[in-house]
Design a binder for this molecule. Structure first.
Ligand SMILES: [Fe+2]
Ligand SMILES: [Fe+2]
Length: 369
């Protein structure tokens, strides 16, 4: 292999003067940038990281005493990757946030081109309304608020409602394409029955013949946990699944069989008792949330221990493998990723670890903050 794959120019006084002159004309020499701007493999600034839900939850309740959604628009705690403090996001392309709506509160209606999904953590029966349809949310539900759809959240129950928000906002902003609009009024009008889309599309393999849907995302507003869990556990009984993810299912757009949104994909996976997957890496950012059980994920040789509701991120091209810590109980992980965007741009790559039978050496254990 060449010593300097990008070439190498020895510095001289004449070159220094040349670089200064280029700089004065708002130009520079490409050979000064190549190694940084065109690395041989991805070098994400984001680091693998984990946030304990037990540490985030009390801060949400503290925020509950300090601000109301009608002041703050959204009562949301943003998970900030230590490698991405400037853009304040969990990964390069994805936000992972945690939101709480208290009884009687409304998070006012608005829309934005950043697409979002919600994965419900706590509470039961508060609603999200999207483009005239309302859904009641329960733990484990996946609720969609896609690109430019009007959405508001409200809590008519007597307990707090908490969920994770996943957004593609950093990607939209990197492309300089954000738009945002506030609704006139707190809540939008309802034009469809509650959970209409679940009745139309919620049974796999069937869809209404009269429904015309030409939007570039799934018509399903809520992928209910009851149905997801049942499908996952039933499949785990008789399918080996994949070597890198255990029994893994993708949430799909029932119109196309493709991802739920053009920029964000979502998966649910089950690790059987004692299961330990082999390591692989890919060019997608992944945000995980533990849903059932406990275990660990080894990322670039660092062991991240997780339990129910913890959130962790795997930046692009980091080797990772998952293990269920229990010998008797299943473990489930929900995740979302930027793979649909990466695939659309022909930037998606994936490879398994070949050495050491596909398992990494563990060098350290992550200490959560
Ligand atoms: Fe929003
Ligand atoms: Fe993976």
């Amino acid at each position: 292999m060449q010593e300097h794959p990008h070439g190498h120019v020895e510095n001289t006084a004449e070159l220094e003067a040349f670089y200064r002159d280029l700089d004065s004309m708002s130009t520079t020499a490409l050979w000064l940038l190549l190694a940084d701007q065109m690395p041989e493999t991805p070098k994400p600034k984001a680091v693998p990281f984990l946030w304990k839900y037990s540490r985030i939850r009390p801060q949400l309740f503290r925020a509950g005493e300090l601000v109301r959604p009608e002041q703050a628009n959204r009562r949301v705690i943003v998970l900030v990757n230590p490698g991405l403090k400037e853009q304040a996001s969990a990964t390069r392309n994805l936000n992972a946030n945690v939101q709480m709506v208290l009884p009687g509160e409304i998070a006012p209606a608005h829309r934005h081109v950043a697409s979002a999904l919600r994965f419900i953590i706590e509470g039961g029966g508060a609603y999200t309304a999207v483009d005239g349809e309302k859904t009641l949310m329960y733990p484990g539900d996946l609720v969609m608020t896609p690109n430019w759809s009007w959405h508001d959240h409200g809590n008519e129950t007597d307990g707090p409602m908490i969920w994770q928000d996943g957004l593609d906002m950093p990607m939209v902003n990197a492309l300089d394409a954000p738009f945002f609009e506030a609704y006139t009024g707190m809540q939008q009008g309802y034009t469809r029955p509650v959970d209409a889309s679940a009745r139309e599309y919620g049974r796999g393999g069937l869809k209404p013949t009269w429904e015309k849907w030409d939007k570039p995302y799934s018509p399903m507003l809520n992928y209910s946990w009851d149905q997801t869990r049942e499908t996952l556990h039933r499949l785990a009984k008789d399918s080996p699944g994949t070597p890198h993810d255990g029994v893994s299912l993708e949430y799909v757009n029932p119109q196309t069989g493709g991802p739920i949104m053009p920029t964000i994909g979502a998966n649910i996976q089950l690790l059987r008792p004692g299961e330990h997957t082999q390591a692989h890496r890919h060019t997608m950012d992944v945000v995980y949330q533990a849903v059932e059980g406990s275990g660990c994920t080894i990322v670039n040789g660092i062991r991240f221990n997780w339990e129910k509701n913890d959130i962790f991120v795997i930046p692009k091209w980091c080797l990772h493998e998952h293990a269920n810590a229990s010998k008797t109980a299943d473990a489930c992980l929900f995740s979302y990723n930027d793979a649909p965007a990466m695939r659309a741009l022909a930037l998606y790559r994936e490879e398994g670890l070949v050495d050491n039978d596909g398992y990494q050496e563990v060098n350290s254990v992550f200490q959560p903050l």
